[in-house]
Design a protein around this ligand. Structure first.
Ligand code: P6P
Length: 328
C-alpha cells in the first residue's frame, strides 16, 4: 500500500480529514525533496556548513537546517495548515488562514550529523488550530491530531500515527520512484528491553535518579535488574527512535548540571511531543522523569524537557527513581 492509498483509506474511515491528509501529503513531498538534497551533499554544496545564524534555540544553523525549513514551508503553503511552528523560528509562520491545523516541526533533526553521513530526519507534530497561532501554539501533546518523523538514512522512511487510532505505521521511500510504500503497521514497543540509549559522557553531570538507574543497569546480571544490557547511542534522535520502534529499547536524554541543560536538551513542542504520541500509541511510555510528556503544558514554544521514552517497564523504573528522590 502506498502512503497516498493509506491516507485516502484513513480519510474514508474518518481517522483523518481533508486538511490532515493534505498536510501529510505535503510533508511527504517535502521529505522527498530534502532527501534528494541530502544525497547530493558535498557534490553541489556543503549542507553541513554553519551559515552564521543562530536559531531560536540558540543552536548554530547549518545550511540544511534552513533549506529544509524553506522546502517544508513551500510545500505546506495553501494546504490544510494555518501556521507552522519551527525550531528555526521564534514565532509562528502563517500559511493558510483557512487551514484548521498547526504544524510544529523540527525541519532537520541531528544537523550536526550531516557532514559525517549519519542518519538525520524531520520530526512533525500536528495540532488543531484555534485561530491565533501564537496564542494557541502551547497546547498539550495529548491534543495532537497526528505525529511522525522522517529519517534520511540507508532508507528514507516515515513513521506516523493519528490520534484517532492506535495504529503506528511505517513507510519506506521507493528508490525507483513509486513514493512512500507501507512497510509496517501496528508497531509495538516491547514492555521490557536489554538495550538503552544515552550519552554517558555526561555521567558526572547527571542528577541522582539517572545515576542510580544507570548504576543498577550497568550492574547487569548480578545487579537488581538480573540481566545484562547493551548500549546504543547514535546522537541523532530520529535514528535512535527509529531503532526503538523497530526492536525496542529505552532512550534517555536527562536534564543535567551542564549550563543550558538544567531542564534537558530536547524540545517539548516539536521533538518530545511527537515522539511521545508515537511511543504511547505503540504501547510504550514517554516521560520527563516525573510524569507523561503528553500531559505537559508548554511554557513556551522552545521549551526544553528531559525525555525518557520506549519500554514501559524501563520508563516506570526511571520515574520510580525520580519519585524516590522526592520521597527521600
Ligand atoms: P548529544 C541532535 O543534535 C540532537 O538534538 C538529537 O537529535 C540527539 O538525540 C541529541 O541532540 C544528541 O545530543 O549531547 O549526544 O550531542
Amino acid at each position: 500500500m502506498s502512503l497516498h492509498e493509506f491516507l485516502a483509506s484513513a480519510q474514508e474511515q474518518g481517522h483523518a480529514d481533508a486538511d490532515l491528509v493534505s498536510v501529510i501529503r505535503a510533508l511527504a513531498i517535502a521529505a522527498q525533496d530534502i532527501d534528494h538534497l541530502i544525497r547530493r551533499d558535498g557534490l553541489d554544496e556543503n549542507l553541513g556548513s554553519e551559515i552564521g545564524g543562530i536559531n531560536s534555540d540558540g543552536d548554530s544553523q547549518k545550511a540544511l537546517d534552513v533549506r529544509s525549513e524553506e522546502i517544508i514551508i513551500n510545500h505546506l503553503e495553501g494546504q490544510g495548515a494555518a501556521a507552522l511552528l519551527s525550531e528555526e523560528q521564534e514565532d509562528p509562520i502563517p500559511l493558510n488562514d483557512q487551514g484548521s491545523l498547526i504544524v510544529a516541526v523540527d525541519p532537520l533533526d541531528g544537523s550536526s550529523n550531516i557532514s559525517v553521513n549519519v542518519t538525520i530526519g524531520t520530526i512533525f507534530s500536528i495540532l488543531p488550530s484555534h485561530g491565533d497561532a501564537k496564542a494557541h501554539s502551547l497546547q498539550q501533546g495529548r491534543d495532537q491530531i497526528a505525529a511522525g518523523f522522517f529519517t534520511y538514512g540507508p532508507q528514507t522512511t516515515l513513521i506516523l500515527c493519528f490520534a484517532k487510532t492506535d495504529d503506528v505505521v511505517t513507510f519506506t521511500l521507493d528508490p525507483d520512484g513509486k513514493g512512500f510504500l507501507m512497510t509496517g503497521e501496528g508497531l509495538q514497543i516491547p514492555t521490557t528491553t536489554k538495550e538503552f540509549a544515552i550519552n554517558s559522557a555526561y555521567t558526572n553531570h547527571w542528577f541522582k535518579p539517572v545515576q542510580k538507574w544507570m548504576t543498577d543497569t550497568l550492574d547487569g546480571q548480578s545487579g537488581p535488574q538480573g540481566k545484562d544490557y547493551r548500549m546504543r547511542w547514535v546522537g541523532s534522535l530520529v535514528s535512535d527512535a527509529w531503532r526503538i520502534f523497530q526492536r525496542g529499547g529505552i532512550f534517555l536524554y536527562p536534564a543535567d548540571r551542564r549550563q543550558g541543560n538544567e531542564t534537558g536538551r530536547l524540545r517539548l513542542v516539536y521533538e518530545a511531543n511527537p515522539i511521545a504520541l508515537l511511543a504511547e500509541k505503540a504501547g510504550g511510555k514517554a516521560s520527563n522523569g516525573y510524569g507523561a510528556i503528553l500531559d505537559m503544558t508548554p511554557e513556551d514554544l522552545h521549551q526544553r524537557v528531559p525525555l525518557f521514552f520506549g519500554a514501559a517497564s524501563e520508563v516506570d523504573r526511571i520515574e520510580n527513581e525520580h519519585n524516590q528522590e522526592r520521597d527521600d
